[in-house]
Design a protein around this ligand. Structure first.
Ligand SMILES: Nc1ncnc2c1ncn2[C@@H]1O[C@H](COP(=O)(O)OP(=O)(O)O)[C@@H](O)[C@H]1O
Ligand SMILES: [Mg+2]
Length: 241
């Protein structure tokens, strides 16, 4: 069973008189353990696609299946004007359990240190991962992740004291902290120089190998595309064969 399955997924933005097809009838699936890239030029729909997979954006049509669960089953997406509250809270729950996010701009909390930033998802609402660990196990898990991303010596430092590459390492550790099966990374190297970008990709590869976490990342950088074990090409919202 694929971990992620999209069937004829579309996201159309209606702007006054024009329609923008950000994602146009996309169909593909991603198996557990893949290290997959979504590749395409700026504006081709990469972020929209990742946000749909990550349950941040709701598509205007199609089927999204995550971990065997048909997310919008029984919902008439093309006719839906607003996201009903029940669906919204269900999406939030699923997102917390299934998905870790890494963004181009890192999105760390400036007043928290490295350790606290990584811990943060465990402190938000109900987190099954948090419930399954006692205090000692939790601090060991946090130390393990911080060690794995190479930041043990920086544990007590705030994001402003770190380089871009180090900040992205914090974001990756934070994405992994809930033990979710998939990490979605939207142009994770776009704000890094090529050396730091390569190191971030190598770290993601290592985590993919060692923790078996599935990675799906977007990029318009050909060099980074070559590091993926699988590439989904997108152009004008359409997935190319
Ligand atoms: N909230 C929005 N409202 C209107 N158009 C949008 C919105 N978000 C994205 N788009 C449009 O959808 C297309 C795909 O955008 P995006 O997914 O951000 O592409 P990429 O990440 O590949 O640069 C672009 O034409 C963009 O302008
Ligand atoms: Mg984008």
């Amino acid at each position: 069973m694929p971990l992620i399955e999209l069937k004829n997924v579309s996201k159309i933005y209606q702007l006054d008189s024009v329609q923008v097809k950000a994602v146009d009838q996309a169909s593909f699936s991603i198996e557990q353990g893949e290290f997959a890239a979504i590749s395409g030029p700026s504006g081709s729909g990469k972020s929209t696609l990742l946000n749909i997979i990550g349950l941040i954006d709701v598509p205007t049509d199609g089927t999204v299946i995550l971990n065997g669960l048909d997310i919008y089953k029984g919902i008439d997406l093309p006719k839906m004007k607003h996201i009903p509250l029940g669906l919204d809270s269900r999406l939030t729950d699923l997102r917390r359990n299934l998905i870790g996010f890494v963004f181009q701009t890192f999105n760390l909390v400036p007043v928290l240190n490295v350790y606290e930033n990584v811990e943060m998802p465990l402190t938000l609402g109900d987190s099954p991962a948090a419930d399954n660990m006692n205090r000692k196990e939790r601090s060991e898990w946090l130390d393990f992740l911080i060690e794995t991303v190479g930041l043990t010596e920086w544990k007590k430092h705030k994001p402003s004291e770190l380089s871009g590459g180090q900040r992205q390492r914090v974001a990756i550790a934070r994405a992994l902290v809930t033990k979710c099966p998939v990490i979605l990374a939207d142009e994770p190297t776009a704000n890094l120089d090529s050396k730091n970008g390569d190191q971030i990709l190598e770290l993601m590869q290592k985590l993919n190998r060692e923790l078996k976490t599935t990675f799906v990342f977007s990029t318009h950088d050909q060099k980074i595309v070559n590091m993926a074990s699988r590439v989904i090409h997108i152009s004008d919202g359409r997935v190319l064969d």
